[in-house]
Write a protein that binds this ligand. Structure first.
Ligand code: SIN
Ligand code: MN
Length: 224
């Protein structure tokens, strides 16, 4: 689709809202710079190993809490044992603004305090199979931001990883929020359209996706 054609915000399913072009190019570049720094450490970006021996094609780095199949921890025992970078206050604010934009509910936005983000980098061959985000102990919405190459994003149903599903395109700067009745929808990335990114986003190739979540966990070492 032409960059000159505005793409309207749509509710893909109840509680699943797509807001195209939400991030300005400058905000995208700032996020790319932050992600580059997190990718370098303290826990470097890597392909996650799956319990049955496979390796994900997507490369991931986490902040706030470290995700590995299928739990969150403060330290990355499956990578280098280091504690992940803290979740910055500015990203909490960004998550709140995203929620307000998607749902128009100020109270829900004010009460939203994401404490982890999974930052996924997709090269042209990377894919993400249909799955549910269910390792969090909170039903709070997931806020997703996309930068770089456009992808096909599959929004399914809460019962099975198969049809019915809706395929949408997530392009650079797009916001996607899934909560409420869609919090546990199966979703995935079947295709990345290589070379579709505008370099003004800060990425020359590939796709970056940031999903902010509320883990619902407390760190025993931080308990008062
Ligand atoms: C995810 O499901 O965790 C990532 C989704 C995406 O890359 O858009
Ligand atoms: Mn997911």
């Amino acid at each position: 689709m032409s960059a000159l054609t505005p793409r309207p915000a749509t509710e893909v399913a109840p509680g699943a809202v797509h807001v195209p072009g939400w991030l300005t190019p400058e905000q995208q570049r700032e996020l790319v710079a932050a992600c580059r720094s997190w990718a370098a450490g303290p826990v470097p970006i890597r392909r996650t190993r799956l319990p049955r021996g496979g390796v994900m094609s997507v490369q991931t780095v986490c902040i706030g809490w470290h995700w590995q199949p299928y739990k969150y921890t403060r330290t990355a025992g499956d990578v280098n044992g280091e504690r992940v970078a803290p979740f910055p206050g500015w990203m909490v604010q960004l998550g709140r603004r995203a929620l307000l934009q998607a749902y128009g509910d100020q109270q829900a936005a004010d009460g939203y305090t994401p404490d982890t983000a999974l930052i996924n980098f997709y090269d042209g061959q990377a894919r993400l199979g249909m799955h549910q985000d269910k390792d969090e102990r909170s039903t709070a919405p997931v806020v997703s931001l996309s930068i770089g190459d456009t992808c096909a994003f599959r929004v399914g149903n809460t019962e099975t990883r198969t049809k019915p599903y809706t395929d949408i395109e997530l392009a650079s700067g797009d916001l996607f929020v899934f909560g409420g009745p869609s919090r546990y929808v199966y979703h995935g990335v079947p295709k990345v359209y290589e070379g579709t990114a505008d370099p003004a986003c800060g990425l020359r190739s590939g796709r970056l996706n940031i999903t902010m979540r509320v883990t619902g966990l407390t760190d025993p070492e931080e308990a008062q």
